[in-house]
Design a protein around this ligand. Structure first.
Ligand SMILES: *Cc1c(COP(=O)(O)O)cnc(C)c1O
Length: 951
């Protein structure tokens, strides 16, 4: 890759993305006994599935070139002022949040906070989010985000079904005043579960007794606000539960759902500082009553204590999630929207309760003045009471008005061919109101006088004003100057370990580089400023981007068509299984409802299968960790009439390229089933083999794993699916797409605004770079496995004793010989400045390590040395040289506070915190000691402690 001529451009990006230097590769290969990367690849990837030709992709572009090409695409988007509303609103992202959080790798490269000791910063930000949602909705328990408002509504529907006393009912009432995209998603989710969604006018509902639950929208989609107190009482009397979709900004002025009887409140926190982004990513929220807190879907941050009794945060009640409860889990949500939830929570921290009210009041005042002027112009505003949205009976003028608005650079909501909607937001100005009047004035009509209408009364219903205070906690009242906010964000970030400090060797999660040049475009106005339902001719840039990305993903995966709509891997799994269901139905085989899943599968697989209305049948794995083919064949044969699908991860969750994969796929096909290949491990395959070529019918790809979207501390993610041609007609639809039903996300392209990240990665790497990335990912994993094998047995290997892109270390024998557990080793790694590998998945008592191609040899060596030193400490425990209970492993991680206090331990302080000399130069200090999970689950607290706690 060295240019032969000084004027020849050379692609430096590949070598920026891939960690080991050219010269180091030789040494690493030598450790493994291979002469070249090619030779290693030949030994690892089964020849039967290996791609014969290099990927037919263009050569990679340099960073500047790729940015220029993408910018040309971006400028094909036309950003108008959006007055569409319908769940998506203009907002000002405060600049310090943009710069110090969204654009800060300390926040965006963090992993999901499963290791609480190194995650206190983002856990605090999420606790603030939960407090924000809980205070504004008036419901005591809120989760740490869901994927979008529509999927949150669908979660609310199944939540009501689980908890309703109306057990016999399968009917769910949904108000016709809900956002249309929400209703579409409810229909998608309801069908496989046998739920009947009844969309109707709640104000005319006579008999509520047949429903297990209901969904209302408050304020309604068109803007009106109704008093639901009595209505909810009637539903409760009929044993139904009631969920309310709502708007956080409106709730600063309106009575919260929790105060008028709602059991659940859901919605989107987008307008708290998160750009429109053509539909996402945004954080949805879900809040409920105390009695239901153990059933809340998604992740919940809770307060607990550490080993020394100090308060510490961690994810609560992990035991109810998919990896434990499998097909009985409360939800399949894994990756959520942490980064966006943190942006929204910091927006509230920055503005505080008064500032939020000022914003809300201003939006409302402008809307009231707008309505008064429209009435003066002779238009019929349909709402008596509203917050920020109006609808007009525009009759036969509808099309003309829409066009005139567009000439004024304004998008209105086209409700139907007789009605228009207008929504204002934080970015609206008096000038916008006047421009709107000009659009709606008939020729020659005099425009209303803004000053004369400035005293127009509010249009909030007197009986539904908010009287309860909110956000009284100090955190929402302290950081209102930029200096204070900047330092608060820095302080929180400093508590955490993200990729900006050290390798995160998580198996199954591919924590690779999220390059700065990949990240830059996501804040370009041409990408952030578009409403998801803006007219198609305004989003040509996005359409080109998505079409190109789909084509790139088809090429690397071997599939024929891709949908970018699912906004996480779990949602991709769901969309994939729905496609399989629909395919069987289209062939007159609706009885195929059985899903085979190997015992080693990721927890989302069985959880998703059950959401898709399938029955899960577990397939055994053999002693070497591979799918037990005889068991698979027997089960496929025995159930050949009901077999719908096999869900299998490749390379396996055991970190091995199973050689039987083709045969496995054939067995399933022979018995009429479809093969779902979970593509979370695609990072081992790009350019080497392709799921669409060795038997897969459908796969999801985690763009936040293989294709460089950062994990954001637990989201955002994107989980597109690729399908073979026969499944293409069953890809997710959307009311904005050609296929109109079957939406799995609120927006047609899901989390569209982060797709540029993956586009940049694919374009800069090109076919050669992508293939090299896979090869080095495999090399790095095998290098670690080889270096650590003398100290920790590697549990599973494939042919030639090699692993794929990750390896599992078996610590169970050490537990027996020393009493030291995987937890102890994971926590001890924190003292060395490392995030722990994946613990006890897929095999209890093991650690799974995936270094990725982005880690340099120096970093791999530093990690191996830490692991080897830890093994020496375990040996000292085995020998009795270290106390069996009071030793650096059991007491890890060690905090600075502990060091400064009395030192009761039989080992030295230096061994505790500086176990290797290099740490003197750069030491990470965990803010809390080992966190007690059980205490926190028993005493569940999931919002900021009340004000009294600070007095
Ligand atoms: C990460 C992962 C998933 C789930 O993806 P999310 O984006 O977190 O929903 C599914 N399967 C496997 C094997 C994974 O590693």
């Amino acid at each position: 890759m060295t240019p032969s001529h000084p004027l020849e451009t050379r692609n430096e990006f590949i070598a920026r993305h891939v960690g080991p230097r050219e010269a180091e590769l030789g040494a690493m290969l030598e450790t493994l006994g291979y002469a070249s990367l090619e030779a290693l690849t030949d030994a690892v990837v089964p020849p039967g599935i290996r791609l014969e030709k290099p990927l037919p992709l263009d050569e990679g572009l340099g960073e500047a070139e790729a940015l220029a090409e993408l910018h040309a695409i971006a400028t094909r988007n036309r950003v108008l002022t959006s007055c569409i509303g319908q769940g998506y609103y203009g907002t000002h992202t405060p600049a310090p949040i943009l710069r110090n959080l969204l654009e800060n790798p300390a926040w965006y490269t963090a992993y999901t906070p499963y290791q609480p000791e190194i995650s206190q910063g983002r856990l605090e930000a999420l606790l603030n989010f939960q407090t924000l949602v809980s205070d504004l909705t008036g419901l005591p328990v809120a989760n740490a985000s869901l994927l979008d408002e529509a999927t949150a509504a669908a979660e609310a529907m199944t939540f009501c079904r689980r908890l309703s006393k109306n057990r016999a009912s399968n009917r769910f009432f949904a108000s016709r005043r809900c956002h249309p995209q929400t209703l579409d998603l409810l229909r998608t989710r309801a069908a496989p579960l046998g739920i009947e969604v009844v969309v109707d006018d709640e104000l005319a509902l006579n008999d509520p007794s047949t429903f297990f639950g209901a969904l209302l929208q408050y304020p309604a989609s068109h803007g009106d606000i109704h008093d639901y107190r009595e209505w909810i009482e009637r539903l409760h009397a009929a044993n139904a539960l009631v969920a309310v979709a709502t708007d956080l900004l409106a709730l600063t002025l309106l009575t919260p759902p929790g105060e008028f009887g709602a059991d659940v409140a859901i919605g989107s926190a987008q307008r708290f500082g998160v750009p429109l982004g053509f539909g996402g990513p945004h954080a949805a929220f879900f809040a409920t009553r105390e009695a239901f807190k153990r059933d809340i879907p998604g992740r919940l941050v809770g307060v607990s204590v550490d080993r020394h009794g100090q308060p510490a945060l961690r994810l609560a009640m992990q035991t109810r999630e998919q990896h434990i409860r499998r097909e009985k889990a409360t939800s399949n949500i894994c990756t959520a929207q942490v980064l966006l939830a943190n942006m929204a929570s910091m927006y509230a921290v920055y503005h505080g309760p008064q500032g939020l009210k000022v914003i809300a009041r201003r939006v409302h005042r402008l809307t009231a003045i707008l309505a008064a002027g429209l009435r003066e112009l002779g238009h019929t505003v349909e709402q008596q009471h509203f917050f920020d949205s109006l609808s007009l009976a525009s009759g036969n003028d509808t099309a003309v008005l829409l066009d005139r608005a567009r000439e004024e650079e304004i998008n209105l909501r086209e409700i139907d061919d007789q009605h228009l909607g207008i929504a204002l937001d934080e970015t609206s100005t008096p000038a916008l109101v006047q421009r709107l009047w000009a659009v709606f004035a008939h020729d020659g009509q005099r425009l209303p006088d803004f000053a004369a209408l400035a005293d127009t009364p509010d249009a909030l219903p007197a009986g539904l004003l908010r009287h309860t205070p909110f956000l009284e906690h100090p955190v929402f009242n302290r950081y209102h100057s930029e200096t204070e906010l900047m330092r608060y964000l820095r302080r929180l970030a400093d508590k955490d370990l993200a990729l900006d400090r050290a390798m995160i060797p998580l198996g199954s999660c591919t924590m690779k580089l999220n390059a700065a040049s990949e990240m830059l475009p996501i804040t370009w106005r041409e990408f952030t400023g578009l409403h998801p339902f803006a007219p198609a001719e305004q989003s040509e840039g996005y359409r080109q981007l998505t079409a190109e990305l789909e084509a790139l993903l088809c090429t690397v995966s071997g599939y024929d068509a891709v949908s970018l709509q699912p906004n996480a891997g779990s949602q991709g799994e769901y969309a994939g299984l729905l496609a399989i269901r629909a395919y069987h139905e289209s062939r007159g085989e609706p009885q195929r409802d059985l899903c085979l899943i190997p015992a080693s599968a990721h927890g989302t697989n069985p959880a998703t299968a059950s959401m898709a209305g399938m029955q899960v049948l577990v397939v055994a794995c053999d002693a070497s960790g591979n799918v037990d083919i005889d068991d698979l064949r027997a089960k496929a044969e025995a159930h050949h009439q009901r077999l719908a699908a096999l869900m299998i991860t490749y390379p396996s969750t055991h970190g091995v390229f199973e050689t039987g994969i083709r045969e496995i796929c054939e067995i399933v096909h022979q018995h009429g089933g479809q093969v779902y290949i979970d593509g979370a491990n695609l990072n081992a395959m790009v350019g080497l083999c392709a799921p669409g070529r060795f038997g897969g019918d459908v796969s999801h790809f985690n763009l936040h794993k293989t294709f460089c979207i950062p994990h954001g501390g637990g989201g955002p993610g994107v989980g597109p699916i690729g399908v073979k041609a026969h499944l293409a007609p069953f890809l997710p639809g959307h009311r904005c797409l050609e296929r109109r039903d079957g939406a799995v996300s609120a927006a047609p392209y899901g989390s569209a605004s982060i797709l540029p990240i993956s586009w940049m990665y694919l374009k800069m790497m090109g076919g050669e770079g992508l293939t090299r990335a896979s090869q080095v990912a495999i090399l790095n994993a095998n290098y670690i496995a080889r270096r650590l094998a003398p100290h920790y047995p590697v549990l599973y290997t494939g042919s030639h004793g090699l692993v794929a892109h990750e390896c599992i270390l078996d610590l169970r024998p050490l537990k027996d010989s020393s009493g030291i557990s995987v937890d102890d080793v994971a926590k001890r790694l924190i003292d060395f400045g490392f995030h722990a590998p994946t613990m006890s998945f897929p095999v209890p008592g093991t650690l799974m390590i995936e270094p990725t191609e982005s880690e340099s040899k120096a970093e791999l060596d530093r990690f191996c040395e830490a692991m080897i030193r830890i093994r020496e400490e375990i040996a000292a425990v085995e020998r009795g040289d270290l106390d069996a209970e009071d030793n650096p492993l059991k007491n890890a991680p060690h905090t600075a506070a502990e060091l400064a206090g009395d030192w009761p331990h039989p080992y030295e302080r230096r061994q505790a915190v500086y176990p290797v000399a290099q740490l003197a130069e750069h030491k990470y200090w965990p803010p809390v000691a080992r966190v007690d999970n059980v205490y926190g689950d028993r005493n569940l607290v999931c919002s900021c402690p009340p004000v009294e706690a600070y007095q």
